[in-house]
Design a protein around this ligand. Sequence first.
Ligand code: FAD
Length: 549
Amino acid sequence: MGKKVLIIGGVAAGASAAARLRRMDENAEIIMFERGEYISFANCGLPYFVGGVINKRNSLLVQTPRSMKNRFAIDVRIRQEVKRILAAENKVVVFDYVKNEEYQESYDYLVLCPGSTPIMPDLPGISLPNVFQVRNVPDSDIIKAYIETHQPSDAVVIGGGFIGLEMAEMLQAAGLKVHLVEAGSQVMQPLDPEMAAFLHRHLREKEVDLHLVSRVVALEGEDLAQVVRLENGQLITTDLVVMGMGVRPETDLAREAGLEIGAKGILVNEYLQTSDPHIYAAGDAIQVQDLISGEAAWLPLAGPANRQGWVVANNIAGTPRKFRGTQGTSIVKVMDMVAATTGQNAKNLTRLGVDFLSCHVHPFSHATYYPGARQMCIKLLFTPGEGRVLGAQIVGSEGVDKRIDVLATAIRSGLSVFDLQELELAYAPPFSSAKDPVNMTAYVAGNILDHQVEVVYWQDVPVKVQQGAFLIDARTPSETTSGMAEGAYNLPVDEIRNRLDEIPKDREILIYCQVGLRSYVASRILKQRGYRVKNISGGYRLYDALTHQ
Ligand code: FAD
């Protein structure tokens, strides 16, 4: 008789662990418990099902108990919840919702994959029937049915994270006027504020009613939530509310079993073994380590959950594998934009006291002479000395996904910006430019490290100007008609050599153009003539996003 392995939770981590274990060990007895009705469903597709982009409900169901039984000989027990772990006896107590009875099951190994639960704060009105969460297939069925039956006109989405943003887009696609309420000063917390500014502007252009720095204090109405009350006194009239305030790890079962719990989730070692050697854990419920900072981290995302399930199965099967930590690679579609991140952002590095440099570039997805090229903004963060890549953020549309994946791979491999300059990436006009956006970003970063150019960031410019710095806009006069940075003096790059007498030599010079390339050329001209000059990272395109968000 082989090992008896029980798995709690039948979606990303649980189903991955089960299938991999079977492929490695034909003799194991594998039982997977799922308290819901469905296993291995596509949580990530739920918003798109609500919005009608995915219209076949069945396509959300990646595996069924029957398919798991037929192909993998796994005993899948849906509508059965593990209520307690009797760790000392290597047993669990299960409640069967169909038979309405409790029973015990023994194990050699137990795998905890209970995931996370949406945060539902204790707000007045939170239990009203038109206040929804989005975690599983029935949740999305309920929202879809509510829209079809009641034909609502307005929706409030609370929370500007991944799920909130996706739901905002999909509710709008379903024909509703969407109000997005976010307590913080920006959506998508993994982004730095100037990168989130592009999304704020886009959401408003797309007529999402965006409320930042707005805390919801109550959902008001007799039988239904009809008004969302904000802390600042503002009232938003609505027909339904979707909660997108984030999730928290399901650690109760593990805690009650006496397993060690960290600040962020169930504690595991690098083999994903809990404090009990017979119990492994994977997915949203566990605490992991940040690859870059070494800090305890929590990353409720599908990629890591699937990989961790795979790691656990390998370890139980006797082929040891480690989970080396996470770097937070993520991507989200926001209407016509895409935002993606990997590694650390400036907010975190500053909080950790890590010395870093950054640059912003605005390359196109492919050669601009080939139709359909789309501009993106890439922010790269790197160490001041050797230029090791610490993090990257990209906001744009086409081509964001492949650049973030190259940069994620670079971080995982410990590459520097000089390594990125050398990357040989695929190019033909429909796909990229001879200098791919990743190469381009690395050239800009390399110029900073090689002291070819000094940079300054928009947030520091007003103070510097107040202290006497001279601000130059190096674009053509016609470009400046749509706006210039406050206090700037227009001096086009091509005229600079002939108009040097207009530039004070005793003052620090700050210079920008549209994206930073011409101002880089201008700053090289000035630097070689003895001026103290700094190029403003991100140029006017970033300034414009910051001032019109
Ligand atoms: P889950 O997938 O949550 O599965 C846990 C399962 O365990 C649940 O079905 C639960 O019912 C069951 N369970 C819990 N306790 C018990 C118990 N005691 N007994 C029996 N069963 C139990 N990630 C991305 O990377 N990209 C995305 O685009 C993305 N979009 C998302 C959109 C939505 C709407 C949601 C909800 C999530 C999204 N995620 C996305 C996150 C991703 O789905 C999760 O990180 C991933 O599913 C976590 O896998 P898991 O196995 O740890 O937990």
